[in-house]
Design a binder for this molecule. Structure first.
Ligand code: ADP
Length: 258
């Protein structure tokens, strides 16, 4: 009888612990939703005034009555608002791709075309940094099934990181291939590399590396968090292999179209 009482006591205790854990999970989920809504509201509120500030700055930039010092000030304000604009755009995109109610309309997205467009946009930085960029693209188009804008952004974030975190004169390689039911995108660089400790946090929102060579470069720490969410929304997978001081390879698998 004593044992039964003891066992019963343990069962009740376990049930209470389980209930408390369940309540904690529900509380955390509510907090997470609140945080996402807060980020979304703040970024929407910032967007409008920022658009008007940018508009007036453009007007000032075109003015012929400004002295040299005033022109420098207007240019500095332009750079500041551009940067703020990128942060706000990233925040807006992050709340969009993090919202489970926001459904994607899948289409066939030719990855080689996206890679080409992204590299075109980065061509000035690539030539300024004298990077050796090579591509290994399939002869016949290989299309991923997904949201065109989101896949563009995924490729842009990975390739621009490779370009950003790779020192002058080194190499960046982009490969697209098909593997069964998947399209595989591989972005490799001979850049700064990422320590094992940092790799654990790489896809968290606002995470930036502890490596001083990386933190001295501008960034929001949202790029890879956005990539990860986009990959998850497309039932894909992402993997990183990296050695500090040597370079990194990001591999993304997305469902193939057709
Ligand atoms: P951001 O580049 O805006 O800081 P990301 O989310 O894109 O944000 O990346 C998070 C961090 O991961 C970066 O701050 C950088 O330290 C590191 N990182 C990302 N990509 C690379 C890369 N290709 N090589 C080295 N470090 C990288």
């Amino acid at each position: 009888a004593l044992d039964i009482g003891h066992d019963l006591g343990r069962v009740i205790l376990n049930a209470r612990t389980f209930q408390r854990e369940h309540e904690l999970v529900v509380e955390l989920q509510a907090l997470d939703t609140y945080k996402s809504q807060l980020i979304s509201t703040i970024s929407h509120e910032l967007k409008n005034p920022l658009t008007s500030v940018r508009g007036y700055l453009e007007l000032l930039e075109g003015s012929t009555t400004l002295g040299a010092e005033e022109q420098r000030a207007v240019q500095a304000m332009g750079r500041g608002t551009d940067r703020l604009g990128r942060v706000v755009d990233d925040l807006l995109l992050m709340s969009k791709v993090g919202d489970p109610h926001h459904r994607i309309i899948p289409v066939a997205v030719d990855l080689a075309r996206v890679v080409g467009e992204v590299l075109d946009l980065l061509s000035v930085t690539v030539s300024t940094k004298q990077l050796a960029v090579s591509t290994d693209l399939p002869d016949a188009p290989v299309a991923a099934l997904g949201d065109e804008t989101e896949i563009d952004r995924l490729v842009a974030n990975l390739v621009s990181n490779a370009v950003k975190y790779t020192p002058v004169g080194r190499a960046v390689a982009v490969k697209v291939d098909r593997d069964g039911d998947h399209v595989v995108l591989e972005v490799s660089d001979q850049g700064l590399g990422i320590s094992e400790a940092d790799q654990e946090h790489l896809f968290e929102e606002f995470f930036r590396s502890t490596n001083p060579a990386a933190t001295s470069l501008p960034g929001t720490g949202l790029g890879l968090a956005i990539v990860k969410r986009i990959v998850e929304r497309h039932d894909g997978a992402i993997d990183v292999r990296s050695t500090l001081g040597k370079g990194s390879t990001f591999t993304v698998r997305l469902p193939v179209a057709g």
